[in-house]
Design a protein around this ligand. Sequence first.
Ligand code: TXA
Ligand code: MG
Length: 359
Amino acid sequence: MQTKLVKVSEAKLETDPEQGKAIEKAGQILREGGLVAFPTETVYGLGGDALNKESSRKIYAAKGRPSDNPLIVHIAKLEALYPIVRELPEEALRLAEAFWPGPLTMILKKSALVPKETTGGLDTVAVRMPGDAVARAMIEAGGGYVAAPSANTSGKPSPTQAKYVAEDMDGKIDIILDGGAVCIGLESTIVDLTEEIPMILRPGYITKDMLEKVLGEVEVDQTILSADSGVKPKAPGMKYRHYAPKGELTIVSGAAEKVVEMINRLSGEQTKKGEKVGVIATEETRKQYHAPIIKCVGKRTDEDAIARSLYTILREFDDEDVTAIYSESFEGSEMGQAIMNRLLKAAGHHVIQAEEQIK
Ligand code: TXA
Ligand code: MG
């Protein structure tokens, strides 16, 4: 299959007839059961008709994704929510009012309209209305319901630019809509509304505080930041190693100067052993490292910037055949938690303390 790459832009959506044609074409491919990669405000998605089980099967095949890992159904208007859910709690409408279109996914009880192939066999469905206008126009043109995981090969970092989608999906899907670099850079927050108390299953741009302002009490799935606690995460996809670069990633945690010292020591040792070493630094520390490749993820105080560049940096290390990566650690209650959650998964939870003696 030949994969076409077509440029689209939110700004020209209304005025440029070529954009209209591209969206129409993408919609037709979706309606005929094909796959379209498209930009959203979080990461690029790999879309298929959510109500067509064959399309969902194709998505799993193109990504090499385990079929028990459910897909998010993307909609373009609120009315589209009603037919796909069995119950619509009042909380869902309040969240939609506050955060849709935007980077929030809600888990709700599904109706019979949604095939189990789309929900990985579950009775619940994940729903999101993306903030990107190109995405919404494409969803409308495609029939209103687009199942879309992130558009990467399963296990790799989610794509933040169309070229990374092409790296993973070229020859496997019909078309890639290239809307440039994404805005947020980490996947949507997932909140489960099927429990008594709403629960965050995946942290993202919409934080616990923001959700609590609308809902009152909100819980957090405790597996989000813990290593193998033996407890199964509630979002099936969160149990897999994810977002992983080809090189071995180690997170070094502790006081800033100790972290720099340890990363410099380790990177020296690994370079001597013949490894190609890369470091994920912050604006505050970048000049203190001696490794051959140093990438600055942003200012430590600007979590939005860090989120935006994390996956891009991991992909760049792949392009440069880096074999050993060291990263500083990130904390915090807002985006910091989402950043650390993705970084931990990318590292397979390999964290060392800077104070520790090296063996
Ligand atoms: O920002 C995003 O959400 C991006 C863009 C493309 O919209 N999509 C995305 O999809 O990140 P994906 O498939 O890479 O991640 C979906 C996550 C997985 O961890 C999956 O297990 C979880 O959502 N999920 C989906 N349906 C679920 C359900 N019914 N119950 C619990 N978790 C669910
Ligand atoms: Mg994903």
